[in-house]
Design a protein around this ligand. Structure first.
Ligand SMILES: C=C(O[C@@H]1C=C(C(=O)O)C=C[C@H]1O)C(=O)O
Length: 414
């Protein structure tokens, strides 16, 4: 069993975590400038196969129980934690990882801290947080990958026919864009653009998987559990009136409200066995009517879900119970996964999977990886975006929706 020792102390305030990151292998999970950044690797664990998240959760519980943690900060993200990113599919060629950095810099409620982590028997000094000037600016354009627009419309039409024939109710189909990072390209430039352009989303970087997701898979903090489900999308309007009309049309569209309901139900069903409702009643609670969440590129229908944990599950246990939600797979789940495998000629990698962190107490924050890309060791980039397909879906509209969902990543690289 790896023996980890972690020590967290309040530090001089940092104004931004991003310039502190490693340019080639950044570790990051932030929203509105707050969160955690990691340097170096004290421990890296890889998982694969159908029970990859469950095994990661069990392994982490044992490592955390054996660890020595001295945390005088006591904020969300202080103390010992592991960053993680898990593949969407059971058979992906990409690794699912938990990475414990050597040094963590955190920022929350105006307080900054540094956590230093050592692995017994490893004397490598922990990297010192220091501002590293950003590398040269670069611009690159992402091009259609394995699945271009015309092909995407075809598989959407195929899925619609299957849904209309009663094979399933909903399936989320994604397509890809590819590109190449220039030699020495500083990934922090991309992360800065994402974090500044989409401040209300989770901007993340774990093991070359980067993005800015608006969807919270699950958050656990001191026995409280919460999630934010998104499903149902529409483009922002060109002016204030058109924008208001777009949000209204989304909130009253039967197709989108139905799609949203499936996604909320799948999250409630997965969390129910682990939680009591916020009001003390049975189960976990969700607001009855979704709200329209405004992002720079899109409106989404959104529902916040809350409850009190009843069984000591960690955030990673719950991520295992939740993945894959109807927001990224479909309904019913098993059939949707079968249709995705059949129609999508892609390995989604960690897109659509849980990305976030878990601490030694089991608290943590996990997003559904959306608006994201895989960047491999040779600089190869593959970005993904998808849309929920229902009986009434129009292939042209769904293709247009994926274009809008690519925008954060396309613009951050471009
Ligand atoms: C699948 C994606 O997004 C998901 C699908 C949505 C939809 O179909 O309306 C909305 C938000 C996300 O839950 C994506 O961004 O790639």
């Amino acid at each position: 069993m790896p023996q980890l020792t972690a020590r967290s102390r309040v530090a001089d305030p940092v104004t931004s975590l991003l310039p502190l990151l490693d340019a080639e292998s950044p570790l990051l999970f932030v929203r509105r400038g707050e969160g955690v950044a990691g340097l170096g690797e004290a421990l890296r664990l890889e998982f694969s196969g159908p029970d990859r998240i469950t095994r990661a959760a069990e392994t982490w519980r044992r490592i955390a129980a054996a660890a020595t943690v001295d945390d005088s900060v006591g904020l969300s993200g202080s103390g010992l934690l592991a960053f993680g990113a898990f593949t969407f599919d059971d058979d992906s060629a990409y690794p699912s990882v938990l990475i414990v950095p050597r040094t963590i810099i955190g920022r929350r409620d105006g307080v900054s801290w540094v956590t230093r982590i050592t692995l017994d028997g490893d004397d490598t000094p922990a990297p010192e947080p220091s501002i590293r000037p950003l590398g040269a600016e670069f611009r690159l354009s992402l091009q259609p990958g394995r699945l271009d627009g015309a092909h995407y419309r075809e598989i959407v039409a195929d899925a619609v026919a299957r849904i209309q024939a009663g094979e399933l109710r909903k399936v989320v189909l994604a397509r890809d864009l590819v590109g190449h990072l220039p030699t020495g390209g500083d990934l922090r430039r991309v992360l800065v653009d994402l974090a500044l352009g989409y401040p209300d989303t989770w901007t993340f970087a774990v093991d070359g998987h980067i993005g800015s997701s608006p969807e919270t898979l699950v958050r656990v903090s001191h026995g409280h559990v919460s999630a934010r489900v998104l499903a149902g999308s529409v483009a922002r309007g060109a002016d204030a009136d058109a924008d208001h009309a777009a949000a209204l049309a989304l909130a009253t569209s039967t197709k989108d409200v139905d799609e949203h309901r499936y996604a909320v139900q799948s999250v409630l069903a997965a969390l129910g066995p682990h939680a009591r409702g916020a009001g003390g009643g049975g189960g976990i609670s969700a607001s009855e009517v979704p709200f329209a969440l405004k992002l720079p590129n899109l409106w989404h229908l959104a529902t916040n879900i809350e409850g009190t944990l009843s069984d000591g599950s960690s955030a990673l246990d719950l991520a295992a119970a939740l993945h894959p939600t109807a927001a990224v797979a479909g309904t019913p789940t098993a059939k949707a996964l079968e249709v995705i495998r059949e129609l999508e000629p892609l390995d989604r990698g960690r897109y659509g999977g849980p990305v976030g962190w878990v601490d030694a107490n089991g608290d943590g924050k996990w997003a559904v990886s959306l608006r994201s890309a895989e960047v491999d060791a040779e600089g190869g980039i593959r970005a993904f975006a998808g849309a929920g397909i229902l009986a009434q879906s129009d292939p042209d509209v769904e293709l247009a929706e994926t274009k809008l969902k690519f925008r954060p990543i396309v613009e951050a690289f471009g």
